[in-house]
Design a protein. Sequence first.
Length: 256
Amino acid sequence: MAYRSGRWLQFASSVGVVLAGLGMADLASAASSVTTVPGMPPVINASNLYGEAGVNRMSPAVAGALQRVYVPNLRSNDVYVIDPATLKVVDRFPVGLSPQHVVPSWDLQTLWVANNAEGRPDGSLTPIDPKTGKPGKAVMVDDPYNMYFTPDGKEAIVVAEARARLDFRDAHTMALKSSLEVPECKGINHADFSIDGKYALFTCEFGGKLAKIDLVNRKVVGYLQLEAKGMPQDIRISPDGKVFYVADMMADGVYL
């Protein structure tokens, strides 16, 4: 028994030396076995895909950006700019009609205000320079309620809520590349991506459903009915990529 205990201690000690030699960064890399779609940044730690979004982990791409909070005002058609250090409004500027969201570009060089114009044909995207906090010339875009970017950063995904459609546009010029109809997703609005970037789940706010979108083949895989009278809005993937959390404002809870 003493011999077996001794062998176990020797084995444990050897493992400890090996792990110490690897270092935490190597361990995280070794733990990741996620094969992502081409062009998508690697998942450093498969057990926590948010690991690179921690304190002091800011991307060099945001160097020089002002520390500001940009708040769209749907009713007044403008954006309020708040200094988080003083909690005061330091600027305010007009944008397009019915601004819904402020979305950072994939390369973090632009903030896009999504102005969907609610039922009108003159929707637009207003660019904001994060280094100056000032808006640029708006780009006319049909019904941009919300916006995401493909995992490789090449295209923007404009969520045309009223049209039940996803428009894939050039990530910089916003020129239309292709469109995907999602006819059974009434009120399509928010989304999150699978850990490997192969698909996304979009919430259907007015249909109580989720829509699964194959981003590789650009097609609708199917729909998941949650609650006919529900209103699913925000959706977020778990750190290990195994579960999606869906917030439903009418169900007073979260679907898993």
